[in-house]
Design a binder for this molecule. Structure first.
Ligand code: CP
Length: 333
């Protein structure tokens, strides 16, 4: 399927009428986990994101965050999350300070604790966006922070803002999330994006999940237990081919090299699932292909021209969703 046949409506957005945006900043002191979100909160974030998409496309931005400062504190590498947060703040008229390699370039290298680092940043900024290699670090930071802390990924824990942009991408595509069949493929054990997205999808009736992973990288029980408790159907398989004709959303993920104890264990799992144009041919014409990126070899370059590939647009949706979150959390109501 070539790009020329692309049939989806790029300008489709979530309707903003009847959404009550007030009070979001009172309900959310920090954004640490996807589990914090109720359905009403998702409607607020997604509707505001649609507003932000229109704003970017018509005038590039606004000045609603003029005078506000965002600190980015990244202990792990990032392209999309850090730069889309920074772009979001700048497009809304705010300023950005930060460090992209906090372990080396901040006073953590001299032995300063995360808690003290956060206490100090509280005197300099209005919001903190933090990525850390340890699960739970964002919660620790939030515990001592007077300004909102946004979890930009905490080790193998969660990546809630990625899950929100994934949800926005799905809703923007289909107009609704209800009833969609979604396959998560790859490193589901260490993949924080799929853990967070699964927790958001339980707010949408009729969603069915397919977990495609080798046994060593299977989805953890806490997420499967959540699905059981909430009455959602899910299945597990090791074969990508089993799910390709069935799903509306194929969500590929990278095998997370940095989470393996040894190179040998990583190499045993690397390259286990590769979607190429030949395999994609068995997918529905209406399906979409997503990936939080970066990709290594999970999606062959010949899929990029497929009309169903959405991973680059998905990354751009991160801008709209992060503009939404920043405006909801720190703009004056
Ligand atoms: N999807 C994602 O988190 O990408 P980065 O690691 O580049 O931020």
């Amino acid at each position: 399927m070539k790009k020329a046949s692309k049939g989806h409506d790029q300008s489709r957005s979530v309707p903003c009428s009847r959404i009550d945006f007030s009070g979001f900043s009172k309900r959310f002191s920090h954004i640490i986990s996807a589990s914090q979100f109720e359905r009403v909160d998702l409607d607020v974030v997604l509707s505001k994101a649609a507003e932000m998409e229109k704003l970017v496309k018509t005038s590039g931005g606004s000045s609603i965050l003029k005078g506000k400062v965002m600190a980015t504190l990244f202990y792990e590498a990032s392209t999309r999350t850090r730069l889309s947060f920074e772009s979001s703040m700048l497009r809304l008229g705010g300023c950005v300070v930060g460090t992209e390699n906090a372990r080396e370039f901040s006073s953590v290298s001299k032995g300063e604790t995360l808690q003290d680092t956060i206490r100090i940043l509280n005197g300099y900024c209005d919001v903190i966006v933090m990525r850390h290699d340890e699960k739970g670090a964002a919660r620790t930071a939030a515990g001592v922070s007077r300004v909102p802390v946004l979890n930009a990924g905490d080790g193998p824990g969660e990546h809630p803002t990625q899950a929100l942009l994934d949800l926005y991408t799905i809703k923007r595509e289909f107009g609704e999330v209800e009833g969609k069949k979604v396959a998560f493929v790859g490193d589901l054990k260490n993949g924080r994006t799929v853990r967070s997205l699964a927790q958001l999808l339980v707010h949408f009736k009729g969603v069915e999940l397919f977990f495609v992973a080798p046994k060593a990288l299977a989805m953890k029980d806490d997420i499967k237990d959540l699905l059981k408790r909430k009455g959602f159907k899910y299945s597990e398989t090791e074969k990508l081919e089993d799910v390709l004709p069935l799903v509306d959303v194929l969500y590929m993920t990278r095998v997370q090299k940095e989470r393996f104890a040894s190179e040998k264990e990583y190499l045993a799992c690397k390259g286990v699932y590769v979607l190429d144009a030949k395999k994609a041919a068995s997918m529905k014409a209406s399906a979409i292909i997503m990936h939080p990126l970066p990709r290594i070899d999970e999606i062959a370059p010949d899929v990029d021209e497929d009309s169903r590939a959405r991973y680059f647009e998905q990354a751009q949706c991160g801008l709209f969703v992060r503009m939404s979150l920043l405006s909801l959390l720190i703009a004056k109501e």
